[in-house]
Design a protein. Sequence first.
Length: 1085
Amino acid sequence: MLKDLDPLPYGARQRLLARTARELTGSSGLAGLLRELDERGEFERRLALHLAYVAGDREHVERCLSAGQTSVVRHAIGAAIRLDLPAEAFLARLPHLSTALRQNLYTAVRRHRRRALAERLLPVVRETFGDHEAAGLLPVCSPAVVAEALPELEHAVTNWTSLGRRHPAVLLDFVTAELDATAPVEWPTVWHRFGAAVAAAAPAEPDHVLDVLARVLPHAPLSWQFNGTIAGLARHAPARVARLLADPSRTGHLPDRRSLWRALTVAGDEELSALARLLDGRSLTRFLRAIPPSRRSAVFTGAFGDRPDVPLDAVDELPAAARHAVARRLLALRQVADDPARRLAVTARLAWPDARDTLLTATRRATADERAEAYPLYLTAAAATRDPDVLGGVVTGLTRLANEQDPVRSAAITALGAVPAWLFRPAEADALTKLMVDAAQARDCSWQTRSGVRDLAKALIREGAVSRRPELVEAGLAGMAHLGDHVSWIDLDGLDRSLPRGAEHQVFEALRPRLVADARRGRFDLLLGLAMGLGRRAWHVPGVQDLLDQARSAKDDGVVRRAVDLWLAPRDRRDERVGRVLADDPSTITLWSVQAAVSLRRTDLLDRVIGRSAHGRFLRRKVRYVPPFQQCFDRWLPRQVTAFATELTALGTSRHANPYERAGAVRTLGRVPGTADLVRGFLADGEVQVVEAALSALAWTDEPADVLPDLLAHVDTDRARVAVYAVSRCARFTAPERLGELLAPVLEGPKVTARKEAVRLIAQHRTPGAAPALARAWENGHRDVRRALVSATRWFLDDEAAWELLARAVADEHAVAGAVVQWPDTVPRRHRTRYAELVRVLADSPDPDTARLGLTASSHWTRWSAGGVELLVGRVTDLADTATWRHALAALVRLSAATADVTPLRAVVSALLAQDGGFDAEEDRDLPARQRIAALVRELADTRDSDRSRAAARALVGDLVTTGYRSWAVKLAVVAVPWEEPGAELDALREVARLAVRPTTAWRAAEELATVLPDVLRRVSRPRLLDVAGALVVEGAPALALAITTAAGRDAGWPAEWRELLRGLRRHDDPDVREAASDVFTSEE
């Protein structure tokens, strides 16, 4: 059988093996063949495994799980999972498998969805190798098992998206429970962690996902992962999604997705208008374009009303009649009529008979800048008619452009490139060609003009190809030809998506005359662009394939490279064609597509490549070339592997090769099976670069565990920087017990880098006795080693030794103690209360640098911490503590928001008020208590979007107003206004007015209100704000009313009701109010 396999390529070998296995299934001959192959080398053992798998010989596959070669075990794991071997076959071997092989097992279990096996493995993996490995099995377990295990494993989950996709209901219930247990101020952190998983659950649980979004979006932005699922939610519940996205309390950006806008078009005009008000620029344009034309006008009017500053790009999306009406309304406004540029731009939106003469006259103005502004408007207006006759007349009339200055030509050509190409007719082909040729040949042609010519030419070629109008293709190619070296290819990307089924044959027939004529002249740009644009469709167009074959003999090397790649693309013909390519020119082995086909499919051609001269077009004679084959050797015959290794060894030892080439050969050699001894030989080389390449390559040999001692021998040398990181990969392929034995001496070595890496590897790979071994490494340990030990404790927090290390760390120097700080979601839930105590100890450290780290982290641990409030209050109110009070204050404000308890903040204010007046303008301090109160007020003002922060601000107003802090009390009162509660906001503003009794305080309150209003405007309707402002005028708070009028009126475009309110304020009895109101303008002169 081996003789029969030898001359065959890989695919044929596999087919022969499968046929042999099927023929011998159930016979005694199969067992004999497997036994004989198994007694040979690694290649033969893999053949035997493949035969056993195809024949269904479960016993042989199970025996292979205990093989001595890593590659055999790896393939055996996949075969055993596919054959659904019993769990006992894996459980018995699991403790002795390396990390890499265990990961292969988990991946195979997930891929083939072996639920029963996953649930058997889960407790064993968790007990032996920890939570992080066990969490990888959750996606394939049953919902009940996931629901039970997830709370204990959630800190170890790395792929929440997979859980959301496989177990959407369980995931959403878990996220909901997390939101219930967490204060809203912490929801952004929770959402950052789970948002992608919730998006993955959307297709299966749309209603549940929308419930979660309704809760979260007022506090955290929509995750970007929803870009792919939000449209599906909109199709499921369009009205609900529209309301959700238009909700004034929503934070973050709107997803600008065409699929979303199309799904929402079934919603009502009112909901769509609300969404349009939140969009601008291109997002608004795309949104209107997705709406049926018959409804666009109503949505546009609902969004913008009669505002004079409507975006003209949005006006362009309206139906013709509505667009013309808006243009006529705008032209009647003084603001537009007095602005020449705006007037001309609006004129371009009129009906063509009304706009043509004005726009044509504008293209003949005196200055080039004016003409450059007019030409795009003229062309855009003609294109807006959607009448090819109109556009054709305009294009043929652009005779003056040939003598224009470059800025004018550039603007016109760029505008033509943006015109929908279907409006161009063959009759304008000559005129378009002349425009492009004149622009490209002009002496002052700029890169902007060349870019415009290129875009227009590509548009013509694409449209001509799609519509089968070769005249447009010829025009585009003529334009391209005059760009010279500035264009190296013709871009028809996506052409296959523009054509109906089977139309690619018609496109080719329409272009055949030009393609054949070009081929005779040795030009293949259009052919290559067409083949790339058609993609897989080109595989089945014989004419394209024949011309690509002809293009392989082109004079341009770049053309040949692309032609070979495209000709080899069809999978069903690749094997035969690559043989022809290599026979015609052996140097094509330097091309990636040829290398891939030979190394992965036509392995029988390797004998013509390895050790042979490959001179030709791409390789000169006497140039030694060894193809950089990688990740393909398991498909090769042993003799081919040996021959390639010999070539690499010869190159690596060559005296004529430079060190860079030699090092590259050594690195590649390490990835060839069975070359560990060869690579070891380079460790004694005289070139440092080669030695380091050999150390790095050892980690990539087929048995990394066998070379681990070689690498460890270098961790105490000058080559440690390379050897230590190579050890990391070898550790993944080494059985845990052996890994622990090999790394134990490194923990006591002199090199700090090596000891740090040993700590990490012992902990991460859970070697037997890891916790005690690491605990012993603390004594006399370097600072960086101790930091590594602290970081390693996260792998075995269930062991008391880890807590002993952490307790010693918090009492150590700042650099070591700081390593203790972790996010709560990285610590097992069962240990968070205990870990929170460590953070509290850090915050209470006498070392200010250490304390700052603990104080910054403490606010994230409030759910599990007890007794931290007194510590924070004490640090803020201790005027002797000048190093940490700011960090303590920020943590205290966050804690108050998380717990909805303002008592600590009031205690801080009370204690600081009692110390007010101290250090009055002294040399290095000035009223520290007052400054700390001011800092507290600013902290609350900066977090005013939180309901709980506003509640805290409201509670502190009374404590400050009677003690000489009225201005700060007014600031907090403004912050505390509950804008989301209709009616309550007016009562709160009345309270602000009552506090701001002095004129200076009243105007300061108005200034504070003005800083708040930009956020308020998107959450509160204009009619509500109008009522509030009117009531404030009546009740004697004109300064506050003016602040609201200024912000809301300007944002609304100053409609009549807001102008009327402003006029009333200008007639107010208070001269300061009259003057301030008169300085607010509703229209610029």
